[in-house]
Design a protein around this ligand. Structure first.
Ligand SMILES: *Cc1c(COP(=O)(O)O)cnc(C)c1O
Length: 410
């Protein structure tokens, strides 16, 4: 059956090209893990994970075991890292599907160890990445200076002693999350890497040699931090792994403040090379003329001051078209800006096409898009535009695109 016309088009080719370009920023210092959590930032795991693998990704990053199992189904060969950790009862799926898991709490290791024993897993066969909290206070083992007195005296030592030679668990990596890599002065990142360095010293003293140092998002990679992270890894006999998400989908995080006077060459190159992977479209379901004085939508928040032509479009807030966009954002119809008038409904919205000649039912409407060669001419709407209009960030715009919006590979 033909679909309701509210869909996103995903360019697997742009995603592949983005990944290959990002690899040039990492090489020869570091490898890349392609972040495909949250259904590949709403871009479709089923389309994007295999595309990243075709482009050379040997690692995928997901949030949870459920996403890891879904990624494993489409990418049988690569390593898959569950960055949010396993929850009680999920250890068996981790073992069965050969996932690598981030862990930082003793109970998480209990869960994995129990599942490994139950499955008769061999010694060292369940890979774990130990997360160090280097200042974000979100997840990870906190080093001494970040712990309150109420916490256990040496949490890191307690965790490390679990990786005894006969254990099914293997310390495959150490990871941390840089929480301010988009701050151009890099001071917070430098502080985090210092804390990580100290923690890695402790890991070495405990006689462990994990393979991967797993640090850095899109902002870190684009700001040229790969070399520094790789240097830290090399000092501890490890290999570096960076974890870009947003850049893989063709967007560049905004650095604050802007780099002055010159931005890093990696960032300049990214502006020229990265291509947005996703376009979001709908169609005009019908056009009507209204007289001056007519009101539009719930509660009549828009009042026509002159005769107007309105187009009904098949997208609403249940599709991720944010309700706050009503009366304050324009979509593209026939290459021109068509303001959203009245409130966005759950499943529909209305745009003003008075000034756009010839609009009729079936016309394509662009909600988000900047793919080259698009019929909407030169006009584009970026995820940053949508995010700014609703006070959020592109990551949220993408991940809010509704599950019922079809993802179509183009
Ligand atoms: C989501 C996520 C990333 C990717 O972040 P981007 O800013 O999209 O590149 C990297 N690491 C962790 C731990 C994440 O949760």
């Amino acid at each position: 059956m033909p679909m309701r016309p509210c869909w996103v088009e995903i360019s697997a080719r742009f995603l592949e090209e983005n990944f290959r370009f990002l690899l040039t920023l990492a090489a020869p210092h570091a490898e890349l893990l392609a972040i495909v959590k949250a259904d590949a930032y709403g871009h479709s795991l089923g389309i994007c994970a295999p595309a990243a693998v075709r482009a050379g990704a040997r690692w995928l990053g997901v949030t949870c075991v459920e996403e890891g199992v879904a990624a494993r189904a489409v990418c049988p060969e690569v390593r898959i890292l569950v960055i949010g950790g396993a929850f009680p009862g999920q250890g068996a799926a981790v073992v069965e599907h050969g996932l690598s898991v981030v862990a930082w709490e003793p109970w998480q290791l209990d869960e994995l160890e129990g599942a490994a024993h139950a499955a008769g897993a061999a010694a060292g066969s369940v890979p774990v990445h130990l997360e160090i909290d280097t200042g974000m206070s979100r997840q990870g083992v906190a080093p001494e200076l970040l712990r309150s007195e109420a916490q256990e005296a040496d949490a890191l030592a307690r965790i490390l002693e679990r990786f005894t030679p006969g254990s099914p668990l293997r310390l495959e990596g150490v990871m941390t999350h840089l929480f301010a890599a988009d701050e151009a002065d890099g001071a917070v990142t430098a502080m985090q890497l210092e804390r990580l360095d100290a923690a890695l010293g402790r890991v070495g003293e405990a006689g462990m040699l994990p393979e991967w140092l797993n640090v850095g998002n899109s902002a870190a990679l684009l700001a040229g931090q790969a070399e520094k992270i790789a240097g830290l890894a090399a000092r501890h006999g490890m290999k570096a792994l960076l974890r870009p998400g947003l850049a893989l989908y063709g967007l560049i995080p905004q650095f604050n403040p802007r780099f002055e006077p010159q931005e890093p060459p990696s960032l300049t190159a990214a502006r020229a090379r990265l291509q947005p992977v996703l376009s979001w479209k709908t169609r005009v379901a019908g056009v009507r003329s209204i007289p001056a004085g007519a009101v539009v939508g719930y509660n009549g928040t828009f009042v026509a001051t002159e005769p107007m032509r309105l187009a009904l479009v098949a997208a609403g807030y249940a599709d991720g078209l944010d309700r706050r966009l009503g009366n304050r954002f324009s979509l593209l119809v026939r290459g021109a800006r068509a303001p959203l008038v009245g409130r966005v409904s759950m499943d529909q919205a209305v745009v003003d096409v008075t000034g756009i000649p010839g609009v009729e039912a079936g016309d394509e409407v662009m909600i988000l898009g900047s793919q080259r060669g698009d019929p909407q001419g030169g006009e584009t709407i970026t995820a940053f535009d949508l995010a700014e209009a609703t006070g959020t960030i592109p990551w949220e715009v993408f991940t809010r695109i509704g599950a019922r919006v079809s993802r179509v590979a183009v």
